[in-house]
Ligand binder design. Structure first.
Ligand code: PGA
Length: 250
């Protein structure tokens, strides 16, 4: 089963609308349109509409960085799946480690967001990853197993056909420290086996598993040679069109 590579930009708390549009001018000028990889951009909520309009008619897909699990109601400050699909979002990042670290995200809230996204045909990009302490204590596989199984609890394979998983070791995010290709491959092979066990084998084979954590044009090629690395979730290096294009055209 061949999986189309996916390269996703996670802009985090960066770029106003004019900055986002200037980036897209550069990006779209550099893309040929027949890239092997599917390209996804996750701007902050405030730029979703403008970025979505600019991407309309291009092959680049729009993603949100988070989603709430209710469609509407008295939930000040939240954004619903309906609001995102209406703006043309196809993907949503769920459970990013910064949300887990700084904003009280738990396995249970990740599970709810993921379920809400799949109900609304928003493809979840589920982020999981171990901390430095976890890795040093030999707990990497256990942490990944627990994060993934709890996120997918109660969902059936037919609700997860489009699921994307991002393996993002917390110690590699924004630190300049990339996992070695062997560390990435080992963790991602574990994730695929786990998906086969908790969903089914064909779903596990078709699920794209991305690597994230200090991905740059200089290290993407080596990562992409690994059999279970199907793309990348890129933070810092996605903020300039030059380096992001360098990663897309690995
Ligand atoms: P980074 O972030 O590429 O800046 O390490 C990756 C991520 O957090 O998704």
């Amino acid at each position: 089963m061949s999986r189309r590579p996916l390269i996703a930009a996670n802009w985090k708390l960066h770029k106003t609308v004019p900055e986002a549009l200037a980036f897209l001018d550069d990006l779209l000028a550099d893309l040929t349109g027949d890239e092997a990889a599917e390209v996804v951009i996750a701007p902050p909520f405030t730029a979703l509409e403008a970025v979505g309009r600019r991407l309309d008619g291009t092959a680049v897909r729009l993603a949100a960085q988070n989603v709430y699990w209710e469609d509407q109601g008295a939930f000040t400050g939240e954004v619903s799946p309906l609001m995102l699909t209406q703006l043309g979002c196809r993907y949503v990042i769920v459970g990013h480690s910064e949300r887990r670290q700084f904003f009280g995200e738990t396995d249970e809230t990740v599970r709810r967001r993921l379920a809400a996204a799949s109900r609304h045909e928003l493809t979840p990009i589920l982020c999981v990853g171990e901390t430095k302490d976890d890795r040093e204590a030999g707990r990497t596989d256990d942490v990944l197993t627990s994060q993934v199984s709890r996120a997918l609890e109660g969902l059936y394979p037919d609700q997860l056909q489009e699921l994307v998983v991002a393996y993002e070791p917390v110690w590699a995010i924004g630190t300049g420290l990339t996992a070695t290709v062997d560390q990435a491959q080992e963790a991602q092979a574990h994730l695929r086996l786990l998906l086969a066990r908790i969903t089914d084998k064909s779903l596990a084979n078709q699920t794209r598993i991305l690597y994230g954590g200090s991905v740059k044009p200089e290290n993407i090629n080596a990562l992409m040679t690994m059999p279970d690395v199907d793309g990348a979730l890129v933070g810092g290096a996605s903020l300039s069109a030059d380096s992001f294009v360098g990663i897309i055209q690995f």
